[in-house]
Write a protein that binds this ligand. Sequence first.
Ligand code: ZN
Length: 131
Amino acid sequence: MNIQGIAAETLEFILNVSESSYPYEFAGLLQARDGIISEVLILPGTESTDRSAVMKLFMMPNVKSAGSVHSHPSSNINPSKADLNMFARTGSHHIIVGYPYDENSWECYDSRGKIIELEVLDVELEDEELL
Ligand code: ZN
């Protein structure tokens, strides 16, 4: 799937969840609609270390995803070795968010851990599902 970018609202949601999870980490899968990343499937019970957050992504059933997202409790947003293994299995776009979880403290990587440009798109998200 050709990904054009991420919805501004979705990125804001990711930053908020990362911040409220601090000092714990959260991890989730990114889902795209019409080429725009607009949904995050959050994993329940994400644990406190980077390793376990990533391990939970490994254990996800085969959900079709555009990629993954997880937070780091530090300002280091470089992917770890475990992150890279997980990236290779969960899609093409991978966001890592780091402290202090603002609009400048995240990066998007491809499935091999190379930084890629992810455009933030100001789109209206329709049909929000309330769970
Ligand atoms: Zn990580």
